[in-house]
Design a protein around this ligand. Structure first.
Ligand code: GLP
Length: 254
């Protein structure tokens, strides 16, 4: 796992966007999976800037949402489809038919999950996945539990995640309690993984994750230890509790 500590949120975002842009330039039909939440906003902004100013071409790229709230319609401003569309898709030349989100309106959840996995396989599998991390160590919506699902499934959101995500809603009661999310296996099958985290409120979980040497479903992010191509990009605030804090950009390999 490679760890990159950047000075601040802007540098973290630029670093993540540069990695994604390099992947797209190397393989224009990159199959990527992208997260939502507050953390990736700067990365998406930077990708949009690269599209406008540096001809970064998304015309062959394929994007899968990592997760989606059940049962929000795509035109609901709180839905993750809406989020992706607003923050990235409609500001680049990615083709709408190359953007995927689990169909959370279909009542046949098992079929939807199976189809989502099949769609990923039909596209050749994920080349790249960008991840955030929840305060409880979740990736996608794979919450700490006694066991984790390997593949795309219906997930119940934990109280702490509902509370954390309520900042995007007018009240915690409005936060959906379920989502369809890629499983840990879906994530681990991606050829390259980048995890980003920013800010002091992520320092505790980042520290726990970076110091973990065991894989446990109680810390879903710990499964990333099993992957051979993971880069963790954090800013100094998120690195504050990590013993190897640094004053400028620092790389560690372990
Ligand atoms: C959400 C999403 C995750 C995201 C995480 C962190 O619940 N399902 O994909 O990585 O929370 O979000 P944020 O970046 O807002 O802290």
């Amino acid at each position: 796992m490679d760890l990159i500590i950047e000075k601040n949120y802007e540098d973290m975002s630029r670093r993540a966007a540069t990695i994604i842009a390099d992947e797209i330039r190397k393989k224009p039909n990159l199959v990527m999976a992208l997260p939502t939440g507050g953390t990736p906003l700067g990365t998406f902004e930077e990708l949009v800037r690269m599209h406008r100013e540096k001809n970064l071409d998304f015309s062959s790229a394929i994007s899968f949402n990592i997760d989606e709230y059940v049962p929000l319609k795509p035109d609901n401003p709180q839905s993750y489809y809406y989020y992706m569309n607003e923050n990235l898709y409609k500001k680049t030349n990615i083709k709408p038919e190359n953007t995927f989100v689990p169909n959370v309106l279909d009542k046949d959840v098992e079929k939807v999950c199976r189809e989502y996995e099949n769609n990923i396989s039909r596209c050749g599998g994920l080349d790249f996945i960008l991840l955030g991390i929840g305060n409880d160590g979740h990736i996608g919506f794979n919450e700490p539990d006694d066991e984790l699902f390997a593949y795309t499934h219906l997930a119940n959101l934990s109280e702490s995640t509902i509370k954390a995500n309520s900042r995007f809603f007018s009240s915690p009661d409005e936060v959906p309690t379920q989502a369809i999310t890629m499983g840990v296996g879906t994530i681990l099958k991606a050829k390259k993984i980048v995890l980003i985290a920013s800010g002091e409120n992520k320092a505790a979980i980042v520290n726990k994750f970076l110091n973990s040497s065991v894989v446990t479903p109680q810390l879903p992010a710990s499964f990333l230890l099993l992957h051979r191509n993971v880069t963790v990009i954090i800013d100094e605030a998120a690195a504050a509790l990590h013993k190897k804090t640094a004053s400028k950009t620092t790389h560690y390999s372990f």
